[in-house]
Design a binder for this molecule. Structure first.
Ligand code: ADP
Ligand code: MG
Length: 276
């Protein structure tokens, strides 16, 4: 079997100390094969962002091991294997859309060279070419906005810019923390389409946090259901629906059966948490 793109074994994380400590993650095992689209879903406080931040190397686990393409998160970050799209787009306000999306490439011109220093990663990254950013912007519907500043854009356009920026680095693993949650439903569905198109083309591994059951079912190869107190994984559900998954999917019975199954798992996890 191929080396997993992301692998967590017995991962634990506690914030604070002693009796006031908060167990953000307890005994988390998760293995994601390269190229898969995997969503994390669960109520607020169940550790979704913590898990993502640990994979991104922004936090360290207190227990267990975390590997990204068989190196540590820090090494993976240094080799620019990881891209992160946070909940708010975090664009630089003084740069145009084009300036924002091309900045990481300028800053990381030598990322390819650094990748090669990480042993067996060299082979995979060797044939990598810089993507055509204008083409990615066009595909994201931003061709008329390339010279605009972030303040001149709607929230949806800002988030599309952030997604294009993340894809532009061609990360092997793209981490997205509720990227669409602040957007209206129409914008959200259109961005889901665009993300699926880009993912299909670039074959990136995606770990995607969402609050929305239907978004998780629509996007994912597998949905990881989490529960709080302590933050943990209660189930991993494979979504065996054909792709491409367009709007017609919403009319299909199997789509709604997956939604019901995930809601059911979320509720039973919630009940067992309350009882504890
Ligand atoms: N930096 C921090 N310091 C203390 N507690 C934190 C910190 N970050 C998260 N937590 C706590 O850890 C738990 C999990 O948080 P988080 O990962 O943000 O959950 P989610 O993203 O699922 O809402 C929550 O109870 C939260 O309050
Ligand atoms: Mg969060």
């Amino acid at each position: 079997m191929a080396t997993p793109a992301v692998e967590l074994s017995s991962v634990g994380k506690v914030y604070g100390y002693g009796s006031s400590g908060m167990i953000a993650l307890s005994d988390v095992d998760l293995s994601i094969e390269p190229g898969r689209f995997v969503s994390l879903i669960g109520p607020s406080g169940c550790g979704k962002s913590t898990l993502l931040r640990i994979v991104a190397g922004l936090e360290t686990a207190d227990r267990g091991t975390v590997r990204v393409h068989d190196v540590s998160p820090d090494e993976a970050c240094a080799a620019k294997l990881i891209g992160l799209v946070p909940q708010s787009p975090a664009l630089l306000p003084w740069l145009s859309v084009l300036g924002n999306v091309t900045l990481p490439q300028k800053v990381n011109k030598d990322a390819g060279k650094r990748r090669e220093r990480i042993g067996d990663l060299a082979e995979r990254s060797g044939g990598r070419v810089q993507p055509d950013m204008m083409e990615l912007l066009r595909r994201a519907g931003l061709e008329d906005a390339v010279d605009k500043l972030p303040a001149q854009l709607s929230g949806g356009m800002q988030q599309r810019t952030a997604i294009v920026r993340a894809f532009g680095l061609q990360p092997d693993v793209l981490l997205m923390d509720e990227p669409f949650s602040a957007l209206d439903e129409f914008t959200r569905e259109s961005l889901q389409d665009q993300l699926l198109d880009l993912w299909d083309e670039l074959k990136t591994t995606v770990l995607f946090v969402t609050h929305s059951v239907s978004e998780a079912v629509r996007m994912s190869d597998a949905v990881v259901v989490m529960a709080p107190r302590p933050g943990r994984i209660v189930d991993v559900i494979d979504i065996e629906l054909p792709r491409p998954r367009n709007q017609r999917l919403f009319a299909e019975r199997r789509f709604h059966e997956y939604e019901d199954l995930i809601r059911d798992r979320l509720h039973s996890a919630w009940r067992s948490t309350d009882a504890a």
